[in-house]
Design a protein around this ligand. Structure first.
Ligand code: ATP
Ligand code: MG
Length: 595
């Protein structure tokens, strides 16, 4: 391909709305163009990268027994009603784009395909003899993300490879899960990406394993915790550790302490000379349930710990045996809107009485009380006295008048520097990561909900065991740039670069240079190398800058020395340069690309 015919439009300046390097470079290099919020056009260079990634993904999926399919993107609402997800995905902060057709029927644009595939499997897979089956597709997904950002990282329309497997037993599901884990490791490696597998949250259904693949990068939206010995890695949503021990509080009778205006742990501890680990902090949140109910939740945590919202949602959901749409802090305004007397924010104790909720308009009239083990383990502690500006010092859990014993559940964030559970000598470290893939043992959640079953060996009907496996293809492409770039531009891993090599003719008006450029270009094409020829009538400097920016792994520069038959062979990754006779440059290049 000739650069003059490539529709290459590069930008010198950093686009104002692009915050991270990979997003800036893809825009500047003419790879993508923003069409709307979270909506991007993949320009020809980008499309080549995406095609190379999908080739690798297809190859590995096929190798592990996957069957490629293509499912519809328009999903009738009934399917999602049957799984119980329509409401959660379309109302409130739901992420499914949805619409009504001319007959007034509701449809959703597929954000994921469990519903469609599970119902198809129920119709097509009748007997255990047909199992296992692993179906995959590579397709555009739609999600009305609350915060689309960072270009292809979090789009509202993006390309995903999603696969779903169906099994007659849990053991069989586990086998495929292991195969997918292996396939994913090969895929990321072949794409030139360093991706760390981490334990991931598997929602409230619990038990089932789930693993994410994280490309470590400063710009990552996820926080991951990795043990120093490398044997444990988890998303913070799921990570566990041993908390540091608390600073003990001396044994003394309960004392009431005036704490005027000291409504945060920090201000309280500074004013009183207490350590945050001596305080039980009580947070008030509202859980919105699938049923529409609104449940006030009182969470007790040790004062030096942070609440993990994913763990909280899962704990509430387990306790109430229902899906929880979200949990958010309750504000003084919310309390007023419910017609309630004020709540002593900043001085709440774990024993805040349910009475205060009696007049609530739409909230459930008693608190759901949850305690993190860091708080329940404290023998003596400081906590709010349920009156503004007053705390109690030296409380024990027995001193508190609770309507029922609170539920103890891990609700805290694990943090860097804390000892690991598997070995307290080993500490956790923190890194940021970009989630490029996710594998998940779904179990029978969807097959049960959608009545999707097969006849087992004993002749009985049984819901399928299911797994699902996703890769964000377009996100992966950008993550590769985040991991492989320098100040001059992108440096694509050779396996997914849009072209393998570029021949840059420094001065196309110079007949000798032009003709040697053509010769080299033709000869590389003949060898089956996907090569670009920069034949534009631009200054040499512009062409070199563009070549650096778009990041083709190898470059042959045909310049003044063309008269002596000499060229430069440049490797983009380390920008190393060799001056060689042109025949040797060709040989070195084909040796590097086709070893
Ligand atoms: P996230 O937590 O980042 O929102 P998710 O867990 O909702 O992602 P999955 O449903 O597991 O995503 O989707 C499979 C893969 O699709 C993810 O691992 C990710 O690589 C990719 N992906 C998800 N959402 C987006 C998006 N908005 N834009 C681009 N890629 C995405
Ligand atoms: Mg995920």
């Amino acid at each position: 391909m000739r650069v003059s015919r490539l529709m290459l439009v590069t930008l010198r300046d950093v686009p104002a709305d692009a915050e991270i390097a990979s997003h800036q470079l893809l825009l500047r290099g003419g790879y993508i163009r923003r069409v709307g919020s979270g909506i991007y056009a993949y320009l020809p260079l980008m499309w080549k990268v995406l095609r190379r990634i999908t080739t690798i993904v297809r190859d590995e999926m096929d190798r592990s027994g996957g069957l490629e399919t293509l499912l519809p993107q328009l999903h009738p609402s009934e399917l999602w009603q049957r799984s119980g997800r329509w409401q959660g995905y379309t109302a409130g902060e739901g992420i499914m784009f949805h619409l009504e057709d001319r007959q007034g029927r509701e449809l959703g644009l597929g954000p994921t395909h469990e519903e469609v595939i599970t119902s198809l499997a129920g119709e097509l897979l009748r007997s255990y003899k047909q199992l296992p089956v692993n179906l995959y597709q590579i397709q555009t997904k739609f999600r009305d993300e609350i915060r689309p950002r960072f270009g292809l990282m979090r789009g509202r329309e993006f390309i995903m490879k999603d696969a779903y497997s169906f099994h007659s037993s849990e053991t069989d599901l586990q086998n495929t899960y292991v195969d997918m884990d292996q396939a994913y490791r090969r895929i990321f490696e072949r794409c030139g990406l360093e991706a760390v597998p981490v334990e991931a949250d598997s929602g409230a259904i619990g038990g089932a394993a789930s693993q994410e693949f994280m490309v470590t990068a400063e710009a990552g939206e996820d926080l991951i915790l990795i043990s120093e010995d490398g044997t444990y890695a988890a998303n913070q949503e799921k990570a566990v550790s041993q908390p540091h021990p608390p600073v003990p509080l001396e044994d003394a009778a309960v004392a009431v302490v005036a704490t005027p205006g000291q409504t945060s742990i920090e201000s309280l501890c500074t004013a009183q000379g207490w350590h945050p680990s001596q305080v039980v902090k009580v947070l008030l949140l509202l859980a919105r349930l699938d049923s529409g109910a609104e449940q006030p939740v009182l969470v007790s945590l040790r004062g030096d710990q942070e609440l993990n919202e994913v763990k909280l949602v899962n704990a509430v959901s387990r306790r109430l045996e229902t899906s929880v749409l979200d949990c958010r802090p309750i504000s003084a305004d919310d309390v007023m809107r419910q017609g309630l007397k004020s709540i002593p924010f900043g001085a709440i104790g774990p024993d805040l009485a349910d009475d205060g909720l009696k007049q609530a308009i739409s909230w459930t009239k008693s608190f759901l009380r949850l305690v993190d083990p860091t708080a329940s383990a404290l023998k003596r502690f400081i906590c709010g006295a349920n009156r503004p500006d007053v705390h109690r010092k030296g409380c024990s859990w027995n001193d508190l008048d609770l309507p029922e014993p609170p539920l103890t559940a891990d609700l805290r964030n694990a943090r860097a520097g804390e000892p690991c559970l598997h070995n307290p000598e080993v500490k956790l470290t923190e890194k940021r990561g970009i989630e490029v893939g996710h594998i998940f043992q779904l179990g029978r959640k969807y097959s049960q909900a959608l009545d999707s079953s097969f006849t087992n060996e004993a002749g009985q009907q049984e819901p399928f065991w299911m797994g699902c496996y996703g890769i964000g293809i377009s996100r992966l492409a950008q993550a590769a740039v985040e991991q492989h770039h320098d100040e001059a531009g992108i440096s694509w891993p050779a396996s997914i670069a849009p072209f393998e090599a570029i021949v840059v003719v420094a001065n196309i008006q110079d007949a000798t240079q032009a003709s040697l450029g053509e010769t080299l270009y033709e000869s590389l094409l003949k060898q089956g190398i996907d090569v670009l020829l920069d034949d534009r009538k631009e200054r040499a400097g512009v062409k070199f800058k563009d070549a650096d920016l778009i990041g083709i792994p190898w470059r042959i520069v045909v310049g003044r020395d063309a008269a002596e038959g000499m060229v430069e062979l440049v490797q983009r990754s380390d920008r190393s340069m060799r001056k060689l006779p042109h025949a040797e440059a060709l040989a070195a290049l084909s040796c590097a690309l086709r070893p």
